[in-house]
Design a protein around this ligand. Structure first.
Ligand code: ADP
Ligand code: MG
Length: 310
């Protein structure tokens, strides 16, 4: 069974549970409308030693930042502003002092940068490596929430920055080249928090999510939840590395969005004026339900998938 097959199975098995006002499984965050025109959003991510990180290749301080960053990215993907987190740690005895303290400093530094509180969690011993779980909570106006399900045929598909750097950096790390600039990108993801909040206020932005498993995989979530297809122009993918790594590599934590094409020129100009960086149009949403890769207009028979845990 795949990761998403298992998630679907869990969702089926628990479908009869009350929703208690929550919009549940399937987007980057769960949503709880507060009834005053605002909602809270909730997300949770795990980092497991030897699966998500190697202790010898990532400093505790960097990992503290990364554990928080990947959660803030999911909050930003809803158009929400992160406000608080809970942090749970399973730690082997030898990490309890120096390692754990450096981890907490890295976590605090990134939390300070984004003004996010730490309001709880859990701490326990582990007999087999470090496991980190962060839950993040964000706040957003109801009419500004950006879901995966709101893409429409004709929309332009955009990404919030260069793709593939993190996956190329992971390759460096696994090859023992820990000091390269791309390896540093992999260890220090920068969530697009301000960008997500800014984009949430733009009505022409329809669907949004963050890229954690690669465009080739993540775009399919927007397609499935919106009931649409997509065409990607390979020559427009912003990347300093090879195209396959850019499209199939994980952990970019850049925003992926669709926007009303008529308003894209203004969106691009305003975004650049505000942030000094570019949003990159990379394709369009179609009514076909299939994903088509185009190289200067010519369809390419690529069977590319994003990162998979199983
Ligand atoms: P993301 O990459 O944005 O963190 P995922 O692709 O991991 O999201 O998860 C897809 C959806 O499934 C999300 O809404 C997530 O909250 C939900 N999900 C993942 N694992 C579980 C689980 N074990 N139980 C319930 N929901 C889950
Ligand atoms: Mg996500």
């Amino acid at each position: 069974m795949t990761e998403f097959g298992l998630i679907d199975r869990i969702r089926d098995l628990t479908a009869a549970l009350p929703s208690n006002g929550f919009e549940g499984i399937g987007d980057d965050c769960a949503v709880l409308p507060l009834g005053n025109g605002e909602s809270l959003v909730f997300t949770s991510d795990l980092l497991v030693e030897e699966v998500h990180f190697l202790r010898r290749a990532t400093s505790a301080r960097e990992l503290g930042g990364k554990a928080l960053a990947v959660n803030l990215s999911d909050v930003a993907a809803m158009g929400a502003r992160p406000v608080a987190t809970l942090l749970s740690l399973a730690l082997p005895p030898e990490t309890m002092e120096g390692w754990a303290e450096a981890f907490a400093e890295g976590y605090r530094d990134l939390a300070t940068r984004y003004g996010v509180a730490l309001v709880g969690g859990d701490t326990t011993a582990s007999r087999s490596g470090i496991t980190i779980n962060v839950t993040a909570i964000g706040r957003v106006r109801d009419d500004r929430i950006k879901r995966r399900s709101d893409a429409r045929p004709g929309d332009t598909i955009l990404v919030g920055g260069a793709l593939g750097e993190s996956a190329a950096g992971l390759r460096d790390l696994l090859d023992g080249r820990c000091g390269t600039p791309l390896a540093a990108v992999h260890r220090n993801p920068v969530p697009q928090v301000e960008e997500g909040c800014w984009l949430s206020a733009r009505p022409e932005v329809r669907a949004m999510m963050d890229l954690s498993d690669g465009l080739a995989s993540d775009l399919r979530h927007i397609m499935e939840r919106s009931g649409v297809g997509a065409e990607i122009d390979l020559e427009r993918i912003p990347t300093p590395v090879d195209l396959r790594t850019a499209l199939c590599g994980g952990e970019d934590y850049k925003l992926l969005l669709t926007a009303d094409t008529a308003h894209v020129p203004a969106l691009l100009a305003d975004f650049r004026a505000h942030f000094g960086t570019a949003l990159h149009p990379v394709g369009r949403i179609t009514g076909s339900r299939s994903l088509v890769w185009l190289d200067r207009g010519t369809p390419q028979p690529l069977d590319w998938q994003g990162f998979r845990h199983y």
